[in-house]
Design a protein around this ligand. Structure first.
Ligand code: FE2
Length: 172
């Protein structure tokens, strides 16, 4: 699958906050590199792509394509954190562990249908987390980027749901 098929054909707004805000930067840090974050998503999809490549080549290609879009989101969030006056660190960097990340956060792969079901659940969670962020944030520059990212995650739910239906159709 081409990279362009995992992101909507819409430009990304410039990743620039309207003004500095350290509280907003901390909240974004959790979405950037926390337990459920763009970093977890891109690492998880990359891992799944690698281990499923031989057996399920087409699905593995799609997972790689998804990981590349999550990398783009990861970079956008990092840019927003910088423009908010924060530090886009990855790892245990503050007492509240808002952006503590480790490799176990990346989903592993066992049964294919469970892998895809977990991926769908994580994408739904991402949409919910971003929506909660939008309820809190009043920065129009930041919110425009988050709204654009949500559109990609909703697209990912559709792509993964199609794969899930296909797998279930085959095993029925
Ligand atoms: Fe994402």
């Amino acid at each position: 699958m081409k990279d362009s098929n995992c992101r909507l054909d819409l430009p990304y707004p410039e990743a620039s906050a309207s003004k500095e805000n350290s509280e907003l930067a901390s909240r974004l840090s959790a979405l950037y590199a926390g337990r459920y974050s763009e970093l977890s998503a891109l690492a998880g999809y990359t891992y799944q792509h690698l281990v499923l490549k031989d057996k399920y080549s087409y699905i593995a290609d799609t997972l790689e394509c998804l990981s590349i879009t999550e990398m783009k989101h990861f970079e956008l969030l990092g840019k927003l954190i910088v423009s908010l006056g924060g530090d886009p660190l990855i790892g245990e960097t503050d007492r509240r562990r808002l952006y503590y990340w480790n490799g176990s956060y990346a989903e592993s792969a066992s049964r294919l249908d469970r892998v895809i079901a977990d991926d769908i659940r994580n994408e739904r969670r991402a949409v919910a987390d971003y929506s909660a962020f939008l309820n809190y944030s009043e920065d129009p520059g930041v919110n425009a980027v988050i709204e654009r990212i949500i559109k990609d995650e909703e697209h990912h739910i559709e792509i993964l749901s199609d794969i899930y239906d296909e797998i279930k159709g085959k095993t029925r």
